[in-house]
Design a protein around this ligand. Structure first.
Ligand SMILES: Cc1cc2nc3c(=O)[nH]c(=O)nc-3n(C[C@H](O)[C@H](O)[C@H](O)COP(=O)(O)O)c2cc1C
Length: 340
């Protein structure tokens, strides 16, 4: 039995959110003591250029695990080539009432309705400055809007976080696809998406000129839209020359876990049951975007084979979250060895 299996059997006896906080504290301590890198793979790194950035390998940590940006080097030590922190909003917020995180062990899945609990952009940036020390991978900052901000004013929240993050991020992920902030997914409809993304891309050009630094913009989408909407969004991404698409966020579908006693819990489902749908969305996107706009594939990766399928469907990079909870750091070791 490996070390993670022992740790997991203890952690899985705890409430899911408590286990999450304990794991992050443990990781921060391991990082401080300089022992976190024992988890890292010795596999040769295969740097890859995507969005004009040089990634040490294709494997990233998906948004939502390091919501406060205070564990970056710890996750880097595990072997991730890139870490996406957030989602971060302008103001701190507590998120939804607990319980809001549920393990669906029989399906290697999670349902969450966290609701963007985060310390707000100012504190998060302070955390990021501290916790990225010693991290030599790529840092993504994932931004969103506060719960109290109506969609009509969403742009203000995104622009605020965008400006603040620009000098700190290697890329910025615009999250318009979480199911846990009421109405957020409406920002993916072509009208709202244009009203949001067009000014953000103009802001990017402005900041690029001011700072001399190019920070690519990636848009994160959900797996629950139909092919027509994927096509409409792809047209917009092509027109606005978005730098990357992250596919996908969690699903509100319960089709593949309908027999489970927790299937009626509200929120987004992640992990194994999402894998196939996320691959379909990636393939559909790739057919529209060709190789002009890279895709970061995420959703249900539990093995090297799953990751290779994402690359075959058209992804250039991959991210994991739920697979890491069930498999532990050994999954990263397997994934950095995948072949495109
Ligand atoms: C507990 C939890 C919290 C999450 N929070 C966020 C978030 O704040 N922002 C975001 O863009 N995605 C968030 N996600 C979605 C993940 O980044 C990822 O897109 C999704 O879980 C699918 O990948 P997976 O099957 O490997 O977990 C969260 C996922 C989980 C399980």
């Amino acid at each position: 039995m490996n070390f993670y299996k022992i740790a997991r059997s203890l952690l899985f006896r705890l409430d899911a959110e408590r286990a999450h906080h304990l794991t992050l504290s443990g990781l921060r301590m391991a990082q401080r003591l300089g022992i976190a890198s024992f988890m890292r793979s010795n596999a040769p790194q295969e740097p890859v250029k995507v969005m004009g950035l040089s990634f040490p390998n294709r494997v990233g940590l998906a948004a939502g695990l390091d919501k406060s940006g205070d564990c970056i080097a710890g996750f880097g030590s595990m072997g991730f080539g890139f870490v996406e922190v957030g989602t971060i909003t302008p103001l701190a917020q507590d998120g939804n009432p607990k319980p809001r995180l549920f393990r669906i062990r029989e399906h290697q899945a999670i349902i969450n309705r966290m609701g963007f609990n985060n310390p707000g952009i100012e504190t998060a940036l302070k955390n990021i400055q501290k916790s990225r020390k010693g991290f030599d991978g790529i840092l993504g900052i994932n931004i969103g809007k506060n719960k109290i901000t109506p969609n009509e004013n969403a742009l203000d929240d995104y622009v605020h976080c965008f400006r603040k993050s620009y000098g700190h991020a290697d890329y910025i992920a615009v999250n318009i696809s979480s199911p846990n902030t009421s109405g957020l997914r409406e920002l993916q409809t072509p009208k709202f998406a244009r009203e949001l993304l067009s000014p953000l891309m103009k802001e990017k050009e402005k900041l690029k000129e001011e700072t001399g630094k190019n920070v690519p913009v990636a848009v994160k989408i959900d797996p629950d839209m139909g092919n027509d909407q994927i096509k409409d969004l792809s047209d917009l991404f092509n027109e606005l020359q978005i730098d990357a698409v992250i596919a996908t966020n969690t699903t509100v579908s319960r089709m593949s876990i309908s027999d489970h006693r927790l299937s009626n819990e509200k929120g987004g489902l992640s992990g194994a049951p999402l894998n196939e749908r996320s691959n379909e969305v990636i393939a559909e996107l790739h057919a529209e975007l060709k190789d002009k706009i890279p895709i970061i594939g995420v959703g249900g990766i539990n093995s090297k084979k799953d990751a290779e399928e994402k690359l075959s469907a058209g992804a250039s990079l991959i991210q994991i979250y739920t697979g890491l909870i069930y498999q532990g750091p050994s999954l990263i070791k397997q994934l950095v060895r995948m072949e495109k």
